[in-house]
Each structure stands twice: as structure tokens, then as C-alpha cells.
Design a protein around this ligand. Structure first.
Ligand code: FES
Ligand code: FES
Length: 158
């Protein structure tokens, strides 16, 4: 099939097999390997990307479902060599250990902050429900998201 979609602000037309998953298209066709595959069945969230404004598991999205979609991956967060506020907050809060869950966590957090710049702790926990982390115990990840929200608020006000 001919797949038309926008990935990280680039409009693309790709010839792909319709049984391909969005995860494979990103990693294998576009070399965007920041998006990780953990379980492959929608349970770990390592493959989370933002599709049309929503955090989705890219392992559960088939090529045809991504037709005309607007996709954002973790590669889009940093600006050249500069990390985003959210990425910096993950680093400074100790929210990254092995890092395997981090791209998915970041994208779930970004989708949340895009629609709700001042989330409560409960809202953060709900947004991360589909993302598993074996290392951090989640506390630092939640702290990082709170920190990033505060910093973005300060930047907006100044
Ligand atoms: S790899 Fe997609 S949810 Fe685990
Ligand atoms: S940092 Fe290792 S799985 Fe989350």
C-alpha cells in the first residue's frame, strides 16, 4: 500500500506492506529507533508515540490505520543538540535508569502536557497507566513530569 503520513513534521509517502505495524515503519523504514519494542502486544508502553495528538502504542497500529496521520516520536523532542524541558527534567529528577521505558514515558508525558499543562499527580498517574518501568519505581518519573510542567509554566510567564 501507499502510506501517506506526517512524521516529526515531515510529510512522507512510503510504499509498505499493509501488515506492517507503525512501530516497524518508524524503526525499520524511517530509522527512528528511539521508539522501542518491549512486549509487542500493547502492555508495556515502550513503543508509545503521539498520533493525531493522542499517545498510542505503535505496536498496535497497523499501516492502514496510520493513513494521513500526524505522528510525533521521541526524536522530535530535542532541538538539534538541545534537550527539551521534559527530557531535562527526566535527567535531573533521576527518572532514567536503564532507559528502555524512557521514550515511551516521555511521549505519554508530552501528550499529557500538550493537552493539560498543569496536571495533578492523579492525572499524571492516569496518563502513565500504560507505561511500565522496571527500574525507577515511578516516583522520579512523576516528579520529573511535575517539574517539567512547572518549568514550562515559568518560561511562559517570563
Ligand atoms: S511494545 Fe508496544 S506496548 Fe509493549
Ligand atoms: S528506566 Fe529501566 S525500565 Fe524504566
Amino acid at each position: 500500500m501507499l502510506l501517506k503520513l506526517t512524521v516529526n513534521n515531515r510529510k512522507l509517502e512510503l510504499s509498505v506492506n499493509d501488515s506492517m505495524r507503525l512501530l516497524d515503519i518508524l524503526r525499520d523504514e524511517l530509522n527512528l529507533t528511539g521508539t522501542k519494542e518491549g512486549c509487542g502486544i500493547g502492555e508495556c508502553g515502550a513503543c508509545t508515540v503521539i498520533m493525531n495528538g493522542q499517545a498510542v502504542c505503535s505496536c498496535l497500529v497497523l499501516a492502514a490505520q496510520a493513513q494521513d496521520a500526524v505522528i510525533e516520536t521521541v526524536e522530535n523532542l530535542s532541538n538539534d543538540t538541545r534537550l527539551s524541558v521534559l527530557q531535562e527534567a527526566f535527567l535531573t529528577s533521576g527518572a532514567v535508569q536503564c532507559g528502555f521505558c524512557t521514550p515511551g514515558m516521555l511521549m505519554s508525558a508530552k501528550a499529557l502536557l500538550d493537552r493539560n499543562p498543569d496536571p495533578s499527580e492523579e492525572e499524571i498517574k492516569t496518563a502513565l497507566e500504560g507505561n511500565l518501568c522496571r527500574c525507577t519505581g515511578y516516583i522520579q518519573i512523576i516528579e520529573a513530569i511535575k517539574c517539567a510542567a512547572q518549568k514550562m509554566k515559568n518560561l511562559k510567564e517570563n
